[in-house]
Design a protein around this ligand. Structure first.
Ligand code: NCD
Length: 317
């Protein structure tokens, strides 16, 4: 049993499958008339967001509330962080307020790790995205979505072909997905312009390609990545039209997938850039399901991390 969730590499296959199975059970439980479970009553979960977020922040908030935890959402804008307060001082403050878990999103790669390994706080730490490094709960919700579509929700992803496309260089989603999908036995290929693939990608546990049409043929799923203009300080490709022509997903390309192949995107989407509106809203797209699944997967993560605290077990007993 892990104590924090900082990287997709923290999860071995048993732990990952246990989280995905728990998410399935929680989805069924909250699908019934009772949306709220008492599991984390009396626990305090803090959402500590130093970077903009819509989906992830709301998803963690909904997850914690459905498990009856008290939730404090703390965004850097409008707090003392914008006056220059350090991560350390913020962590000490949260600790003093009795938080049990901190969900952290930060522009610096390694921030969640720093927090977890420090003696600033004893909280359970969940990485909700650190710089261009990792975003493990996104990888879990993607794996959950893939399992649901490709294996009726229960089987493994052994030998399933998943293609991850685009701005891999700036994508914490790509890195976490490659690690987790490998653990779950999938066969992953990353594809993008050479300028948007990180140095050392050849050592990642996946295949690498520059030719999207070629790798899409017969694949079970394609995961489109957002072109992260806000993290770019140079020109990585000639222009948007050229990018879309080589690496954008349109209907013709989506139809190269296996007959029941699906299209994922973590959001927010640049419609017309990495994906056309027709594909984003089309029959293969599972983008909205990913959002729904995100809540169940994050409930499962909180349940497994906080549910394991000794006091809770005493209470239950
Ligand atoms: C991703 C992120 O923030 O890393 N989005 C998300 O969590 N839903 C991907 C992105 O911003 O493109």
């Amino acid at each position: 049993m892990i104590h924090h969730l900082l990287s997709a590499a923290d999860l071995d296959a048993d732990e990952a499958v246990a989280i995905l199975d728990t998410a399935g059970e929680l989805a069924r439980a909250t699908g019934r008339s009772v949306k709220k479970l008492p599991t984390l009553r009396g626990r305090t979960v803090v959402n500590l967001f130093y970077e903009d977020s819509t989906r992830t922040r709301i998803s963690f908030e909904a997850a914690a509330k459905r498990l009856s935890a008290d939730v404090i959402t703390f965004s850097a804008k409008g707090s003392s962080v914008s006056k220059g307060e350090s991560l350390k001082d913020t962590a000490l403050t949260l600790e003093a307020m009795g938080a049990d878990a901190v969900i952290v999103r930060h522009p610096a790669s390694g921030a969640a790790h720093r927090l977890a390994m420090s003696d600033w706080t004893k909280c359970v730490v969940v990485n909700a995205g650190d710089g261009t490094h990792e975003h493990p709960t996104q990888a879990l919700l993607d794996a959950y979505t893939l399992r649901h579509h490709l294996n009726d929700g229960s089987g493994d992803l052994d030998g399933r072909r998943v293609v991850i496309v685009g701005d891999v260089l700036h994508s914490r989603v790509a890195r976490s997905n490659v690690l987790l999908l490998k653990t779950l036995g999938a066969d992953v290929t990353v594809v993008g312009p050479p300028t948007l693939l990180p140095v050392g990608v050849e050592h990642w546990p996946c295949a690498v390609s520059y030719d999207l049409d070629d790798v899409l043929v017969g694949a079970d799923a394609v995961m489109m990545l957002r072109v992260q203009n806000e993290r770019m300080n140079a020109a990585y490709f000639p222009n948007a039209r050229e990018y879309s022509r080589r690496y954008g997903l349109d209907r013709r390309r989506a139809d190269l997938l296996a007959a029941d192949g699906i299209v994922l995107h973590p959001g927010p989407m640049n419609r017309g850039m990495e994906i056309t509106a027709e594909v984003a809203d089309g029959p293969r797209s599972v983008v909205i399901e990913q959002v729904t699944n995100g809540v169940h997967v994050r409930m499962a993560v909180l349940y497994r991390l906080l549910g394991a605290l000794p006091e809770l077990e005493t209470e239950a007993g």
